[in-house]
Design a protein around this ligand. Sequence first.
Ligand code: NAP
Length: 319
Amino acid sequence: MAEKIIIIGSGPAGWTAAIYAARANLNPIVYEGEPSNIMVPGGQLMYTTEVENYPGFPSGIQGTEMMDLFKQQSKRFDTQIFTEDITSVDFSSHPFQLKTSENNDVEALSVVIATGARANWLDLPNEQRLAHSGGGVSACAICDGALPAYRDKVLVVVGGGDSAIEEGLYLTKFASKVILVHRRDELRASPIMQERAIANAKIEFKWNSIVVDVLGDKLISGVRLQSTINKEESDLDCGGLFIAIGHTPNTTFLNGNVELDEKGFIGTRRSWRTATSVEGVFAAGDVMDPYYKQAVTAAGTGCMAALEAERWLTHKGLV
Ligand code: NAP
């Protein structure tokens, strides 16, 4: 028998969709994903230390604890949870067919895709070590930049796109100085963002440079730069490193079943809606949002996806 709704993914979007779907008596099933070296159930918040900007937690909360609370809340309404990945889907006929990493076949009347996106990293061993230990390396300035550890420090941002500029500008509120390290001598960011960065006295640029190592034991003390012109290396002292080199949405398993945009994010048919190119399939959270990328916006779209799925199922007479 086909499940009424299957939710793929277990970040704020997935759990919020589950809470709404469960309270609408849709008996949701969540495939929370298998832990791997690139993703864990709970998604990007599992790599975040303190979350200070999610409303309702006036003293802040650890990302891992927050995801556990989301999960507990969805369980309270009898959501069924499987710690498996969905490895492939077939949305060409209805009910939809899904295959799990344990090789089980599942049928669904509606699907919410909430598999998130992963921040791109430089993939340097010390970068990863300090990012996971809360040692001053982050891929989200908006999430972490206001933490006391970064106050009045020299902060380095890597990247040359709109995110790098936006994050750099945001960090100037707290930092003594922000140094933007970019691998070319020209920014990819939109002209208006470039103008703002250049006009900001707290921002400096290191052009034609890449970070080849992150220095420091428990806390970051600096970065090693290499010139992309002559390969010369130099050390730069800093108290924080923010990587802003884009995100990769987790959409490979969809294998052409849903329309994606040019960067692989799921396109929705209308703005402010979560319906995808396939009727009955909805998308929520960072997998469909390259723009806001916040826990609270992901949770919001998770709610929207569950409501849209419920309305669609009712409209089609399927529940
Ligand atoms: P992006 O536009 O893809 O820019 C990524 C940047 O990272 C590029 O400058 C790229 O360098 C650099 N980069 C990529 N891989 C690298 C590596 N391995 N080492 C060093 N540098 C690397 O990504 P984004 O800035 O996250 O923006 C994503 C989308 O959101 C864009 O469409 C953007 O316009 C939009 N956005 C808009 C706003 C706004 O309007 N306020 C704010 C944020 C994001 P190259 O330039 O050399 O390729």
